[in-house]
Ligand binder design. Structure first.
Ligand SMILES: *Cc1c(COP(=O)(O)O)cnc(C)c1O
Length: 403
């Protein structure tokens, strides 16, 4: 583009300044690689924030987009469409759930889940029971409802009054959950592995305890699998690792490999609280996005992608553990499959910058946790290259710290 100003300068001029973006304009992607405007190659361990599971410009995704775009893109939910129905059937046949509602994002999926939980409780138990127990350091989205449900002050600043009806307890703390219970509570919402909160893994039996707490008290259990679902942990859904099933589950990020789609899944009896007219969206589950999600899900289930994710994830984690032993300021390495975190004693922005200078995109979450969420098609050789760059970044960081 022969504009006087660069893309970056024009973006800063014409768009809201809501993102602290890196000074990098990307123009092309292929697999785990992306290229900048200047032609510099990067290996991408962010994957569009756990979205591009099949990699960039996946031929599977491109073909599904192309074919469906020529056939039917959007008709609204006043009518039935085949791709949407097919995807719902596939999700049901491969999950705990009986029914699916489609929307356009993770926040919308959680918004729907919260509305459904309240409405189900109202219809089943009467009024006065609308409070949802959520976790500290959770992340559920940026709409008024979902930021109110999010256990992080930074997403709430300046937006009060927040939506009423959320109480927060620390993750992995059953005593706090028991104490938060009163007769106004209708549900618990949590991420089976906290993503934005710094890759926080549940203790052994924690999720089982939450499940039985919910059963004992007739509360709905909502799992937000927007980030950790769709193969990220090596199983289709993260909760499968823990032998615990939710009543409602939300999905988004990798479901469309970059096309905007979210989904809420639930048991039949709970889904009945949403009748015609109770909840809706114009775009939710268009033929285009659902045709793509079908192709994504099909690939995950039938092309060995989950097994691959488990194998390379294990390899990656061990290599990160090796590195952590060299550097005393690395506190812990944790994660499952291809959602891995390396927690440092200090903020990790400098490490991210150094990796970027070396041609590797990584991300920092919760201030001190390096997060690795590459496309699930990443190979051991790619991981080896990243580990080498990270080693250099950590080494430089350590030396600078000492000076
Ligand atoms: C990203 C994310 C969301 C929000 O999804 P959007 O598509 O950005 O609205 C909600 N929950 C979790 C766990 C997420 O990681």
């Amino acid at each position: 583009m022969q504009d006087e100003l660069t893309t970056m300068k024009r973006a800063d001029k014409y768009m809201f300044n809501t993102y602290a973006r890196f000074p990098l304009t990307l123009v092309k992607g292929d697999g785990v690689r992306v290229w900048s405007e200047e032609g510099k190659e990067y290996m991408d361990f962010v994957g569009g924030i756990a979205v591009c599971a099949l990699g960039h410009s996946s031929p599977i995704v491109s073909k599904a987009i192309e074919e469906q775009a020529r056939t039917l893109i959007h008709v609204s939910n006043l009518y039935y469409t085949k791709p949407q129905t097919d995807l719902a059937q596939m999700l049901v046949e491969n999950s705990f759930a009986d029914k699916v509602f489609f929307c356009n994002s993770g926040a919308e999926a959680n918004e729907a889940a919260i509305k459904l939980a309240r409405r189900y409780s109202r219809e089943t138990f009467g009024p006065g029971r609308h409070v949802i127990i959520s976790m500290e350091n959770s992340f559920h989205g940026r709409t008024m409802c979902t930021l109110s449900a999010t256990g992080q002050k930074k997403v709430q600043i300046g937006f009060d009054p927040l939506l009423e009806g959320f109480v927060f307890v620390p993750f992995n703390d059953m005593d706090a959950m028991e104490k938060a219970l009163d007769k106004t509570v209708c549900a618990v919402i949590l991420e089976p592995i906290q993503g934005e909160g710094g890759i926080v893994i549940p203790d052994a039996h924690y999720l089982e305890s939450v499940r039985s707490f919910c059963d004992r008290n007739k509360l709905l259990l909502i799992f937000d699998e927007v980030q950790v679902g769709m193969g990220r942990t090596g199983k289709l859904f993260a909760h499968e690792h823990f032998g615990v099933k939710p009543d409602i589950m939300t999905l988004a990020k990798a479901l469309g490999n970059g096309l905007p789609i979210g989904a809420m899944l639930a048991h039949d009896c709970i889904s009945q609280a949403f009748g015609p007219g109770s909840h809706a969206t114009t775009f939710g589950g268009t033929p285009l996005v659902t045709a793509v999600a079908k192709a994504v899900l099909n690939t995950m289930l039938n092309e060995g992608l989950l097994e691959h994710c488990t194998t390379v994830g294990e390899y990656f984690k061990n290599r990160l553990i090796d590195l952590s032993k060299k550097y005393p300021f690395v506190k812990e390495v944790r994660g499952k499959g291809l959602i891995l975190g390396m927690e440092l004693e200090t903020p990790c922005g400098e490490i991210v910058k150094s990796c970027m200078a070396q041609g590797f995109l990584i991300n920092c979450t919760h201030d001190t946790v390096l997060r690795f969420i590459p496309p699930l098609v990443v190979k051991e050789a790619d991981i080896e290259a990243l580990v080498k760059a990270l080693d250099r970044a950590l080494d430089e960081f350590g030396k600078a710290k000492r000076n």
